[in-house]
Design a protein around this ligand. Structure first.
Ligand code: ZN
Length: 277
């Protein structure tokens, strides 16, 4: 059934979660996996393309077109041309041998003379200090969005090193332009996945009955200590609200109404329909 999802996130949440991971006492490789999971989630929050595509891509599935339902499909986000930034980041990855994580790569791009940079002579690279147009936060977002778009991937077996994928090539060669979501200036942002819910498709009396049935369902679910969907799916309730069955045989015509359900809840449903008449 269509559903509505509201996702609220803020910088503080991310800092809080990062600290939790850092102080968890887990082995370093577990911490790295946890950090990259958080980055993946953040990447989905920040994406300028279809959120459903981003979520499916995370689980290794490809959807060629946008879903047409999520907030970024319905209200395209404000974007900026990140082609040059991506090329700089990808080239920093290549020049350092694709053996480092985001933190070090950002240090290279910003021209930071850290101990690690000096140890590997990365201050001698042509990409050293070429990325001062963005700050650390800005580069973090670029790397996350490159992961979401599949240009790069995290190698968990190799200390969280970032690697280029085949999709990075056209970007690196300058054949493909990349647009990323513009960072919002406020400290928190809302990502809304909104689709038409079962309820909004019902109007007038049917909508009223649907709500009454949902209340009954909540009561039954609480009584039996089970999730509401175990009693009835929204689709079944929507069908009852539309068709208004007045007998057991009419009830049997409703999708999702098997013999057991009718035996258990038939009377309750028919009474609810009658009460709403
Ligand atoms: Zn979409």
């Amino acid at each position: 059934m269509p559903a509505e999802t509201l996702l609220l996130y803020g910088t503080q949440d991310i800092v809080f979660r990062r600290n939790m991971i850092d102080q968890s006492g887990s082995p370093d490789d577990i911490k790295r996996v946890e950090r990259s999971k958080l980055d993946a989630l953040l990447g989905i929050c920040e994406t300028a393309s279809c959120r459903r595509q981003a979520i499916l891509a995370h689980f290794g599935e490809t959807m060629m077109q946008g879903c047409g339902n999520c907030d970024t499909c319905l209200n395209p986000a404000e974007t900026w041309d990140a082609t040059t930034a991506c090329r700089k980041a990808l080239s920093a990855m290549l020049r350092t041998g694709q053996r480092f994580g985001t933190g070090h790569l950002v240090d290279v791009l910003l021209g930071m003379k850290t101990e690690k940079i000096l140890k590997f002579n990365h201050d001698q690279l042509p990409t050293f200090g070429v990325g001062t147009e963005l700050d650390r936060k800005g580069w973090g977002s670029v790397f996350r969005q490159m992961i979401v778009r599949g240009f790069i991937e995290v190698d968990h077996d190799s200390f969280g090193a970032l690697r280029l994928t085949a999709l990075a090539e056209p970007v690196l060669k300058g054949v493909e332009t990349v647009n990323f979501r513009r960072e919002r200036t406020s400290t928190s942002s809302a990502a809304v996945m909104k689709t038409k819910s079962a309820r909004t498709e019902l109007t007038g009396e049917a909508a009223k009955l649907f709500e009454a049935l949902r209340t009954e369902r909540s009561r039954l679910a609480k009584e039996q200590n089970v999730p509401a969907y175990v009693i009835f799916h929204d689709a079944t309730l929507a069908a009852i609200a539309t068709l208004r069955p007045s007998s057991f045989s009419a009830l049997a015509e409703i999708p999702g109404m098997g013999t057991t359900k009718i035996e258990r809840y038939g009377i309750t449903v028919l009474n609810a329909v009658k009460a709403a008449a």
